[in-house]
Design a protein around this ligand. Structure first.
Ligand code: ZN
Length: 141
């Protein structure tokens, strides 16, 4: 699923209207969206994997995978949760409680065709900005 204009506008504003890499200020029509974790390696169109990018940097980056991807994507994920952009779909947990749990996420478990994030007690499967599955993995603190 390609990101819609609403997602694009959100990402543009989240990134303070600047290229994520070179910091150049961009008009909305000038931007491209770069997949931080490249599509060729399994990256998705989730908003936390997309950053505002000028055409030049996007071309230069290509499908290079930055070393700091886990920290950056985790940070963007938590911002998206905070902004109520990541919500549940078909889960037996209400969104308020889900948000509390999502904010405890501190690592990426895996990235294959979807992102799997993890906290000390739960694992979250994300697809198209929705939490589609939650697995309890540990003791409750
Ligand atoms: Zn740039």
């Amino acid at each position: 699923m390609k990101p819609g204009n609403k997602d694009k506008l959100y990402i543009y504003q989240r990134d303070l209207k600047r290229c994520f890499y070179c910091g150049k200020k961009l008009k909305f029509h000038q931007i491209t969206l770069d997949h931080y974790f490249p599509v060729s390696k399994g990256g998705t169109n989730d908003i936390f994997n997309l950053v505002t990018c000028c055409k030049r940097c996007n071309k230069l980056k290509g499908d290079f995978l930055p070393d700091n991807y886990e920290r950056v994507i985790l940070q963007l994920f938590l911002v998206a949760v905070e902004d109520d952009k990541i919500i549940g779909s078909g889960l037996n947990i209400d969104n308020k409680k889900l948000k509390e749990e999502l904010l405890k996420v501190d690592r990426i478990e895996s990235i294959t065709d979807k992102f799997i994030f993890q906290s000390d007690s739960m694992r979250f499967y994300i697809k198209n900005n929705y939490v589609i599955k939650v697995v309890y993995i540990g003791g409750f603190k």
